[in-house]
Write a protein that binds this ligand. Structure first.
Ligand code: SAM
Length: 301
């Protein structure tokens, strides 16, 4: 079982997330880089420190951290995907920073490969959303941190947007096609039943409580929710790219979902309606995210 899961993560992060389109990847990074910078700022990371990035993926946060910790610091990349760890290792080699990196094949909720209390900072971005046992993950973060060590997290809060009302599909108004849209949405739901999905079983308050129960005492939470009309600059997507894209590694691409849900005549009608909305960025975005940062208590004297 482990092999397909690993490959699925690498395939999604390196390809299906942005439909293999460099333009789409660029807009993903335009969104992600400020998020990464904020996670690192909240961690108050400084030169010479040792950081663990949990679910490091292709190294967005970890490589950013390497620049800050400098020559005297170290960064541990952990992930459940060996393929992504190998990818990051080869990037680190190309960048000439391999001697300051460690790669750990581990799940966020089982960091037993790492000793207790040796890290200055733990970061994680958009990983807990895929982890079933979030409490255990927080306990592991607490265990591996030194007293006085910091944890800094970013997670999307998907249950703010779920379920989408019947007249919307990915934020686009599909009122005249709501029946077809529901059938396409049912394909996504069949792959990730909402009642079992770790992507929907928490909100910002739950993150706060999880941190507190794991033993963190000083906890900061910043929750941001917004909705806004789309615009051509930011939200327009090439249709072929949209068809090749999937919102997460467990979901089908839009193209696959359309084929699975609709007859070819229905698909033609649905696409005739949806495509111009996607291509012109005419959609209403609605999302919520949480940043949480906290400190492990200094040892009592
Ligand atoms: C959305 S990506 C985020 C990657 C990276 N943190 C970033 O900021 O770009 C989610 C990452 O979490 C990893 N992942 C998924 N489930 C995990 C788990 N249980 N433990 C550790 N990593 C996990 C995936 O392999 C993937 O690299």
């Amino acid at each position: 079982m482990a092999e397909p899961v690993r490959n699925r993560w690498a395939e999604w992060l390196l390809e299906r997330r942005h439909g293999g389109d460099p333009e789409d990847l660029k807009s993903t990074l335009d969104f992600l880089i400020p998020v990464r910078d904020r996670v690192l700022r909240n961690a108050a990371l400084t030169g010479g420190e040792i950081l663990l990035d949990v679910g490091a993926g292709d190294g967005l946060v970890a490589f950013g951290a390497l620049e800050i910790v400098g020559e005297g610091g170290r960064v541990h990349f952990s992930d459940i995907s060996q393929d992504l760890l190998d990818h990051s290792r080869s990037l680190a080699r190309q960048m000439g920073v391999l001697d300051r990196c460690e790669f750990v094949h581990a799940s966020a909720d089982d960091l037993s490969a790492l000793e207790d209390a040796f890290l200055d900072v733990v970061t994680t971005r958009s990983v807990l959303i895929y982890v079933k046992d979030k409490q255990r993950a927080f306990e592991e973060f607490h265990r591996v941190l030194k007293p006085g060590g910091r944890l800094s997290i970013f997670e999307p809060i998907n249950n703010f947007t779920y379920p989408e009302p019947p007249h919307l599909f990915g934020g686009s108004d599909v009122t005249p096609m709501a029946d077809l849209a529901e059938r396409v949405k049912a394909v996504y739901a069949s792959r990730q039943p909402p009642e079992e999905s770790p992507m929907l079983d928490f909100d910002e308050r739950a993150l706060f409580d999880l941190a507190e129960r794991a033993g963190f005492e000083e906890i900061h939470l910043s929750y941001e929710a917004k909705t806004k009309p789309g615009n051509l600059e930011v939200d327009a997507r090439d249709w072929e790219t949209a068809l090749r894209s999937a919102p997460n590694p467990f979901a089908p691409t839009l193209g696959q979902a359309l084929v699975e849900a609709l007859t070819s005549e229905e698909k033609e009608r649905f696409v005739a309606h949806l495509r111009p909305l996607v291509e012109t960025g005419k959609r209403r975005s609605r999302d919520a995210v949480a940043y949480l940062w906290t400190v492990k208590r200094e040892e009592a004297s």
